[in-house]
Design a protein around this ligand. Structure first.
Ligand code: HPA
Length: 268
């Protein structure tokens, strides 16, 4: 699969050269509708781009402006649990990198492990734990993307974290900080797994983002991650998890999340 082919196809449709990309998680697709001068390219029109099957995920790349800042949004992402290979799941991130993007905001829905969080909390990701059992960099290294053994000491940029925290402060939005554990899914975790994740230092759990952030760091792309705690993780509260509830909470927080994103983008 050639990233160049995907880049060429995108180039035929737009001359926009944004430096900033946002990967929109479940329920944040509406952010794409708030762009000025939007230009949407359905994933299906880009050679090699995997088309997501998850509910709540559209499948399009949207170029446009937030205030005066040019951005490109990935509305919908490919998850490993859908059956994509780790390399397919990062095809979008790599193509955006080849297109010239050098900063990416990754958003997602996550389960809250840290008891200080509540349903609907927004959390800036300070670090991650990859428990997906795979790594998109496995296989021969593509030297045009990055080095064989990329450093991951600051996988989530301290600078962008500070930007997000000041944006949140200005908007009067509480933004927590936490470590994200990325699991394969699609089943939610067991309460025993959540106790294990808490013990090893995770504050959040989800089924995306870690592979994308590895691929982005490989390319030298600066990363910011923001999770929406759509539910407290399994066993934290005396109730079962429900995907409908995950989507509903995502919807409730959506406007606040979008306000935060807009402010962050204008400060990046
Ligand atoms: N676990 C894993 N992924 C999730 C969760 C969860 O509890 N909530 C939203 N995405």
């Amino acid at each position: 699969m050639s990233y160049q082919q995907a880049v060429d196809t995108i180039r035929q449709k737009t001359s926009s050269t944004p430096k900033i990309a946002v990967v929109l998680g479940s329920g944040l697709g509406a952010f794409a509708d708030s762009l000025r001068n939007p230009l949407a390219i359905p994933y299906g029109e880009i050679p090699g781009w995997p088309v997501s099957t998850a509910i709540g995920h559209a499948g399009k790349l949207v170029f446009g402006n937030v205030g005066n800042t040019e951005v490109v949004l990935m509305a919908g992402r490919a998850h490993l649990y859908e059956g994509y290979t780790p390399q397919q799941a990062v095809f979008g991130v790599r193509t955006l990198g080849k297109l010239g993007v050098d900063k990416i905001i990754f958003t997602n829905a996550a389960g809250g492990i840290n008891r200080n969080y509540g349903q609907g909390a927004l959390v800036a990701i300070t670090d991650h734990i990859n428990l997906q059992g795979s790594n998109p960099l496995c296989g021969p290294n593509d030297d045009s993307l990055g080095p064989r053994f990329p450093d991951m000491t600051e996988a989530y940029s301290r600078r962008l974290l500070a930007v997000a925290l000041s944006a949140a402060a200005q908007e009067g939005i509480t933004l927590f900080e936490g470590v994200y554990a990325g699991l394969l899914g699609p089943s939610y975790e067991t309460p025993a797994e959540i106790r294990y994740l808490r013990a090893i230092g995770a504050d959040l759990v989800g089924m995306s983002t870690v592979g994308e952030v590895i691929a982005a760091n490989h390319m030298g792309i600066e990363c910011l991650g923001i999770s929406c705690v759509t539910n407290m993780a399994a066993g934290v509260l005396p109730q079962k998890l429900d995907h409908e509830e995950v989507l509903a909470v995502g919807l409730q927080v959506r406007d606040t999340f979008m306000r935060l994103l807009r402010n962050v983008i204008e400060r990046m």
